[in-house]
Design a protein. Structure first.
Lengths: 117, 113
């Protein structure tokens, strides 16, 4: 089974702190994604990556950055956390073999619920 | 711009009753369509997807969906639900030659005994 793990299930941070959310997948997937999930807004894509050291902006990249130094690990960074970044953050991965990421199943981690005070 | 509409934010239903969760999308080009489910305190997992071919798609746990191009819909159905189907369901759309899935706002299915 594909396994996508996220470093924390719950996280509480203060405004202005630098926050790292880690995601690891164990299936040698090429593609990795970071979403945030908010009630009434569904999932919104923050960043995605097709390969090591490659990244693409999603729909809401402002206030976030990402790092992919190894194929299995994709980190989301909040440079200076703000209260409007309180949310559930979901990481996902897909194989990268189906001719395009949109044709593939995305495998999701359990999520990190971040509270910024 | 491409969008996905899930008209019902919540759908309450009794166990063993049929259910339909509605999804409409707006796109002038061909699309890929997905339904994902999120059980409490878990990430999302794929229920089914339509890429091409037969418009009736069967997924896991007895769910199926029908792609209707003329009505730009991809409604999810199950003939008889179980308590364990209580979850949030997300419809998602991907447009050819783009890189991103667009997710709907979700429908919370609550199954009562």
């Amino acid at each position: 089974d594909v396994k996508v793990t996220q470093s924390s299930r719950y996280l509480v941070k203060r405004t202005g702190e630098k926050v790292f959310l880690e995601c690891v997948q164990d299936m040698d997937h090429e593609n990795m994604f970071w979403y945030r999930q908010d009630p009434g807004l569904g999932l919104r894509l923050i960043y995605f990556s097709y390969d090591v050291k490659m990244k693409e902006k999603g729909d809401i990249p402002e206030g976030y950055s990402v790092s992919r130094e190894k194929k299995e690990r994709f980190s989301l960074i909040l440079e200076s956390a703000s209260t409007n970044q309180t949310s559930m953050y979901l990481c996902a991965s897909s194989t990268g073999l189906a001719g395009g990421p949109l044709q593939e199943t995305q495998y999701f981690g359990p999520g990190t619920r971040l509270l910024v005070l | 711009a491409q969008s996905v509409t899930q008209l019902d934010s919540q759908v309450p239903v009794f166990e063993e009753a049929p259910v339909e969760l509605r999804c409409n999308y707006s796109s002038s080009v061909s699309v890929y369509l997905f339904w994902y489910v999120q059980y409490p305190n878990q990430g999302l997992q794929l229920l089914l997807k339509y890429l091409s071919g037969s418009t009736l798609v069967k997924g896991i746990n007895g769910f199926e969906a029908e792609f209707n191009k003329s009505q730009t819909s991809f409604h999810l159905r199950k003939p008889s639900v179980h308590i364990s189907d209580t979850a949030e369901y997300f419809c998602a759309v991907g447009k050819y030659n783009t890189d991103k899935l667009i997710f709907g706002t979700g429908t919370r299915l609550q199954v009562f005994p």
